[in-house]
Design a protein. Structure first.
Length: 94
């Protein structure tokens, strides 16, 4: 079932990382969460301006696998949903 991207008020082009399609790329804009979460994401390389590629989505809200700076990372669905990205147009790769 196709689901549209969620939009955030005042952020026309932003969507949660979990809303990208498999193979789609985006640029991290910000993370919504407390200091600990933002710090943890930064330690993994997920900082504003960083390009990410969604590699695989787990079924039923399972983990999300992303490529960041050439490294594959697995993030819990809840954590990945707090990372807001700007999707890159026409950048879907199989």
């Amino acid at each position: 079932m196709f689901r549209g991207r969620r939009r955030f008020q005042g952020t026309e082009e932003l969507c949660p990382l979990t809303d990208l399609a498999e193979g789609e790329r985006g640029v991290v804009v910000k993370a919504q969460g407390g200091f600990g979460l933002v710090r943890r994401l930064a330690e993994m390389g997920l900082t504003p301006g960083t390009e990410v590629k969604l590699l695989k989505k787990g079924s039923f809200g399972g983990p999300v696998e992303v490529e960041v700076r050439g490294v594959a990372l697995a993030l819990g669905h809840g954590v990945a949903s707090k990372v807001l990205v700007k999707p890159l147009k026409d950048e879907i790769h199989g």
